[in-house]
Design a protein around this ligand. Sequence first.
Ligand SMILES: *C/C=C(C)/C=C/C=C(C)/C=C/C1=C(C)CCCC1(C)C
Length: 248
Amino acid sequence: MKSILVLSSFLAAPLFAASGGDLDANDYVGVSFWLVTAAMAAATVFFFAERGNVEGKWKTSLTVAGLICGIAFWHYLYMRGVWVDTGETPTVFRYIDWLLTVPLQMVEFYLILAAVTVVAGSLFWQLLLGSLVMLIFGFMGEAGLMSAMPAFIIGMLAWLYMIYVLYMGAGKAAVSSTSASVQTAYNSMLLIIVVGWAIYPLGYVFGYLMGTVDSATLNLIYNLADFVNKILFGLVIWKAAMDDRQTA
Ligand SMILES: *C/C=C(C)/C=C/C=C(C)/C=C/C1=C(C)CCCC1(C)C
């Protein structure tokens, strides 16, 4: 109950920051910003509230999932405001959010595996390095600090590197794990980083590499991607934690 009270004050605070109140119902991109904002707030409360229902070794994972959605909620308030007020892509807010939440997801990956099996610490640093290269070049391409195509190619290579590291390093650790729920969590995480994350470069391609800059399609796809990869990602971990409890 106490955590619910703390949460409601957390959720009330950024109301002051909510601008862009004149949302046009025909602005489907603006509406998608609005929906994802609400979903992030709900998911934040859910993950923190569910901490009490899982075993000790899963609690930190749910905390991190809640932090990821909470940070995204905060940035979505501002991103929606930028879009509704100016019709422009909120690139800086988007990348500050990603720069905070993607490394947290790497922490999450690491925690899941480290909870039950021995994982090399270098795995975390390799994933962190890969995600930083991916995001820095993505930002340079989107902000016009570099041509869109070469920035995209370097970002793609960094993403492929991360998939490789996960298969080779974490894969072996998960396979040797005795816990079925950890294996399920690992396989779902791999699915998210390979399939769920693929939505982002798709947004970049439609947004920047089709001849003209299409900010409506770009933001719509990015918003969908965040919904899938932040909320679904947390739910996968929550599900594994619940299954673990039943079989324990
Ligand atoms: C919560 C936010 C997440 C999980 C953001 C993930 C972002 C990506 C996977 C971005 C990927 C990109 C590439 C693979 C190529 C270059 C362009 C990017 C940065 C959109």
